[in-house]
Each structure stands twice: as structure tokens, then as C-alpha cells.
Design a protein around this ligand. Structure first.
Ligand code: ZN
Length: 198
């Protein structure tokens, strides 16, 4: 199996989450697990807890390493781990990304997520960080435009197109055993490395 959408802050071992929260003297919620039928808001609220436990580079590296260990256990051929490093405030964003890279094994790579509503400069910074780090294989603009967002998709054109140039310098080679899905339409200017998700 290939895991293409693995959230770093949504894939912690429960024991690790409890340990990290205890170290920070943060309360451990009674029910942190996802369950069927929960709404999107409740699901997103769980990420506030996991994110609070993952502010420091050490925690980011540890959890990345454990995700890779768990993926090996489940015999995943390849895992793409995604997160928004700018939300981890325990160190500069570059250091957070490098911590995650340190935790990767040879079967995993990183996708960095900008979030709809953030200034485009945040996404620009992620592109700059990714440029010199081959283990970052994509940039994602996550979320969806909301009425109160100041920014629209076109406002993110500059960083996304810049990433397209960066991505085309060295074509992405999927890992062994993974067959890339061919895009049938070219209605957008994005390369497959640029993801816009809901
Ligand atoms: Zn997702």
C-alpha cells in the first residue's frame, strides 16, 4: 500500500501524545481519537491538541520517525507525510522542516502545507525552504476559501507557479512500485506536485 495523505499531526501514537502532553503539563483529553459520525469541526479541534504537543523540533522528529516505523510495520511501500511547519512555533520554520526530515526513512517524503487564508508570503517561504530540500516533494494549499478570507486562489499564484518552476528543474521520480497517475486535463497551471485540497 502507498499512503499519499498522512497528516503528521494526525498520526501520533496515543502513548506518544500522552507523554508529550505530560511533559508540557498540558491536560490529556479523555477522548482524543476520531470516531465515526464526528463533524469536521470536532475533527479539527483534535488537531489543536496534537499540534500543541508538537511545537518543538524534537517532538516533530520523534513523531515523524514513529510514523515511518508504523508504516514499515503495516508494510506500506511509501508514505507522504504532510504538515504545516509554520504552525510549529518552537523553532524557525526551517528547523521544524529539518527536524521532520531527520525523522524520515527511505520510504517517506514530506509535503508542506500552506493554509488558505494565510498571507501568500507564508506559502512563498515554504517554497523557498523546499527548494534546497529534496525530501520535500510537494507544496499543498490546504483548506478552502471562506467568506472572511482576505485571499483568493489567484493571490497564491506567485508561490505556486514559482514552485512549478522549481519542480520542473528536476522531475519528480515516484518511488519504486508506485505508478504515477496521468492527469487527463491540463485545465489548471499546476503541476502534479502542487496540490490544492479541501
Ligand atoms: Zn488532509
Amino acid at each position: 500500500m502507498v499512503e499519499l495523505h498522512c497528516h503528521l499531526d494526525g498520526s501520533l501514537r496515543l502513548s506518544t501524545l500522552e507523554e508529550l502532553l505530560r511533559q508540557k503539563n498540558c491536560p490529556i483529553p479523555e477522548d482524543i481519537r476520531f470516531h465515526p459520525g464526528m463533524g469536521i469541526q470536532e475533527a479539527l479541534s483534535k488537531f489543536l491538541t496534537t499540534l500543541s504537543a508538537l511545537q518543538e523540533p524534537d517532538a516533530v522528529e520523534r513523531v515523524t520517525r514513529e510514523i515511518c516505523e508504523d508504516a514499515r510495520e503495516f508494510r506500506h511501500l511509501h508514505t507522504e507525510i504532510r504538515f504545516a511547519p509554520q504552525l510549529h512555533l518552537g523553532a524557525p520554520t526551517e528547523e521544524i522542516v529539518d527536524a521532520a526530515i531527520s525523522g524520515l526513512d527511505e520510504n517517506a517524503n514530506l509535503i508542506l502545507c500552506g493554509l488558505y487564508g494565510e498571507p501568500p508570503s507564508v506559502l512563498n517561504n515554504l517554497v523557498e525552504i523546499a527548494r534546497t530540500r529534496p525530501r520535500v516533494v510537494g507544496i499543498d494549499l490546504a483548506g478552502a476559501p471562506l467568506k472572511d478570507h482576505r485571499y483568493h486562489l489567484m493571490d497564491y499564484d506567485e508561490p505556486l507557479l514559482e514552485q512549478e518552476n522549481w519542480a520542473s528543474e528536476e522531475p519528480y521520480t515516484p518511488p519504486k512500485g508506485v505508478r504515477p497517475k496521468r492527469s487527463t486535463s491540463r485545465s489548471t497551471s499546476f503541476t502534479p506536485n502542487v496540490l490544492v485540497t479541501d
